[in-house]
Design a protein around this ligand. Structure first.
Ligand SMILES: Nc1nc2c(ncn2[C@@H]2O[C@H](COP(=O)(O)OP(=O)(O)OP(=O)(O)O)[C@@H](O)[C@H]2O)c(=O)[nH]1
Ligand SMILES: [Mg+2]
Length: 192
């Protein structure tokens, strides 16, 4: 399927799956720790500066945000996990929303698990990767902010990933500073 990522529009924000757009398109879900760069990745894929709202403060996205890509797929931006502040527990929100999503979103085709290239995988990250693997959902691990690591740090990370059984073809490195790093992700999404 050829998808024109430049033809992207905001579709809807849903506080829960009940209010999600009535699924006419296959869905690609983005998950990851708060501040890892989920919203930025949507903007980079679509080559738009402010399609998805980004913030340097974690915990920004608190809804399921649906983006219509070329009337062919929805990219779904979800709240992040691993952040709690001011009595607001993002992990609880993430858990409840995602439970519902993984059980009921029948048009889910691909999950992009976003991970910060600079950090070791957290317990949350490993949990969600294992969960997606058990459910046998097509997925890839997208390492964001790759501009922040050098070649030897990248080699170290790749070695660690191979030790924990992650296959090379599951991994994509991206950086919003280098637009061509999104080419293989666009291809992966187009192949669903
Ligand atoms: N250097 C660099 N910064 C990035 C990259 N991607 C995202 N950022 C920055 O990381 C911060 C968080 O980005 P967001 O896209 O808002 O993160 P998010 O995962 O949507 O965060 P929440 O909505 O809070 O869960 C912003 O300051 C971005 O500019 C990247 O590839 N390289
Ligand atoms: Mg966000």
């Amino acid at each position: 399927m050829t998808i024109n990522f430049l033809n992207a529009t905001f579709a809807k924000s849903a506080p829960s799956l009940k209010e999600a757009p009535q699924g006419q398109f296959p869905e690609v879900l983005l998950v990851g720790k708060s501040n890892v760069g989920k919203s930025s990745l949507i903007n980079a894929l679509c080559n738009k500066k402010a399609l998805a709202f980004t913030s340097s403060k974690p915990g920004h996205t608190r809804l399921l945000n649906y983006y219509n890509i070329d009337n062919k797929i929805y990219l779904v931006d979800a709240p992040g996990y691993g952040y709690a502040k001011g009595g607001f527990d993002l992990d609880k929100l993430f858990g409840e929303m995602m439970d519902d999503y993984f059980t009921n979103a029948s048009r889910l085709k691909l999950v992009l698990v976003l991970l910060d290239s600079r950090r070791e995988l957290s317990e949350n990250d490993v949990d969600i990767i294992n969960f997606i693997r058990e459910k046998d959902i097509d997925h890839c691990l997208v390492f964001t902010k790759s501009d922040k690591i050098n070649q030897s740090e990248k080699a170290h990370l790749l070695k660690h990933l191979s030790e924990i059984g992650v296959e090379k073809d599951e991994i994509i490195f991206t950086s919003t500073l280098k637009t061509r790093t999104f080419d293989s992700l666009r291809n992966k999404i187009s192949s669903i």
